[in-house]
Design a protein around this ligand. Structure first.
Ligand code: SF4
Length: 464
């Protein structure tokens, strides 16, 4: 039987099944999800949890949010600031420096960083000398381990070889390129025109600079996409051969992202049947080209560390998607960034004005959070295992969490029965196994164990 990470294509997804399970649901980059973060959570308790955990000897993962973009891609659901004024960067870097100083003044030791991620927005909006200044600031404040993974999200439009060299000089060794689709009609419809040459140049500069792994982000379900245009995009992608691919479902959330209403007015979004066909062609072409299907929307060449981490059961989900560094606490810096420790989540102020006001007042800029209860941690772990692994062994997981899993989740396991009948999971007394069809429906399987779903499902995008 096929496993999720076998390179052969998983079976076709019947439209009736996709329609039945295409419901709003979290992507489980965290559990509980950010929808549950509250301004009412005790600030002192959130701070003391963070200071205790981040002062420990363990390695940290640091996330830096760089929010600027020159233009807005109309599908975008990130927290961005659209501007052509590069003058704001110096102010923002100064705010980051002061936020880091606020953390450092509270921590008992100099943090050791095993993972650093530059996200956004567009990190390559910064000029090469600004990238250098940011790197110097980070190396001043933190120690980096010899094997630190330093990744950066890259927009190939307006990128130069100097940007890539600047990121490499400050330690970047992994890059993720926003591609979405090479079809010009789709690119015009989403306000993101990006030539094939720009992407190929970016990839060449990154490879020549010695980055260890390159990811491409694609999106299916965009306006004007057809099976034909997406096939041609996939042909080009396979020819360029990135180490990893994320093929995201376009998340239509116009109540959160008003720019997406344009797509409703133009009536150019593919129908649910067409969207499913795009997904099928993506899975089929990529697995046939030798990519392992990691699950949900991620693919990796079998030699890539993401595929190796899944085989070794070291895969985790975090706010950047799948990660090979299991269980590191995350220190999020910059506006809207999220920090995660075993006991809590904290989210920074989302607007530049609010972020600036906190820093000017000498306060750490988190304004929301959630303190995890024991039950949250138990559910977090089983949801994480469903999202990352091929099977969940109740005895192994139960021993780690100190609970009798079949007893604790009696109701939830009973609710998995229809999913078993639909071919997503195989249930036994000792555990559950994700079947090839279920690899795509991991979100739906995990949702069975989500205690908060009733209060907030409408905030999430649909699962297909
Ligand atoms: S460049 Fe990226 S972050 Fe900026 S608007 Fe486009 S998709 Fe969003």
């Amino acid at each position: 039987m096929l496993d999720c990470s076998d390179t052969a294509a998983p079976p076709g997804i019947p439209f009736e099944l996709a329609r039945k399970y295409n419901v709003p649901g979290p992507r489980y980059t965290s559990y509980p999800t950010a929808v549950q973060f509250s301004e009412q959570a005790s600030r002192e308790a959130l701070l003391s949890d963070a200071v205790g955990d981040l002062s420990g000897e363990g390695e940290l993962s640091v996330y830096i949010h760089l929010p600027f973009c020159e233009t807005l891609c109309w599908y975008c659901a990130c927290n961005t600031i659209t501007t052509r004024d590069h003058g704001q960067v110096a102010l923002y870097l100064d705010l980051l420096r002061r936020e880091i100083a606020l953390w450092r003044s509270r921590l008992a030791r100099r943090p050791r960083v095993g993972q650093l991620h530059f996200g956004g927005g567009t990190p390559s909006f910064l000029r090469p000398q600004e990238i250098g200044a940011l790197g110097a600031m980070l190396h001043d404040a933190f120690d980096f381990t010899a094997t630190a993974e330093v990744s950066v999200e890259i927009d190939p439009r307006r990128l130069t070889a100097e940007h890539v060299a600047a990121f490499r000089r400050i330690g970047a060794n992994r890059a993720s390129l926003g591609v979405q689709d090479f079809a010009q009609e789709a690119q015009r419809a989403i306000n993101r025109v990006q030539s094939l040459e720009a992407t190929a140049d970016a990839l060449r500069w990154i490879r020549e600079a010695g980055f260890a792994s390159v990811n491409f982000d694609l999106i299916y379900g965009l306006p004007m996409q057809t099976v034909g245009t997406f096939q041609r995009t996939l042909d080009e992608v396979i020819r360029l051969a990135p180490d990893r691919l994320a093929v995201f479902s376009y998340a239509h959330v116009p109540w959160l992202r008003p720019a997406q209403k344009i797509f409703e007015r133009t009536g150019t979004l593919p129908s649910p049947e067409e969207k499913l066909a795009l997904l099928q062609i993506g899975i089929e072409r990529l697995t046939r080209a030798g990519y392992a299907y990691i699950g949900m929307d991620h693919f990796a060449l079998p030699g890539d560390e993401l595929a190796a981490a899944q085989r070794a059961r070291r895969l985790r989900r975090n706010f950047q998607g799948y990660s090979t560094k299991a269980g590191l606490s995350i220190l999020g810096l910059g506006l809207s960034s999220i920090s995660q420790t075993p006991g809590a989540f904290r989210q920074n102020e989302k607007t530049l004005e609010g972020y600036l006001a906190c820093i000017n007042a000498g306060e750490l800029p988190f304004t929301k959070g959630l303190l995890l209860q024991r039950e949250d941690r138990i559910r977090q772990e089983i949801i994480m295992r469903i999202m990352c692994d091929r099977e969940v062994d109740y005895a192994v997981l139960g021993a780690r969490l100190g609970v009798d899993i079949p007893e604790h989740f009696r109701e939830e396991i009973a609710r998995l029965q229809p999913l078993a009948e639909d071919g997503f999971v195989e249930l036994s007394a000792g555990g559950l196994r994700i079947l090839p069809m279920g690899c795509f429906f991991r979100r739906n399987i995990a949702m069975v164990f989500d205690a908060y779903l009733a209060s907030g499902a409408e905030h999430h995008s649909r699962t297909v």
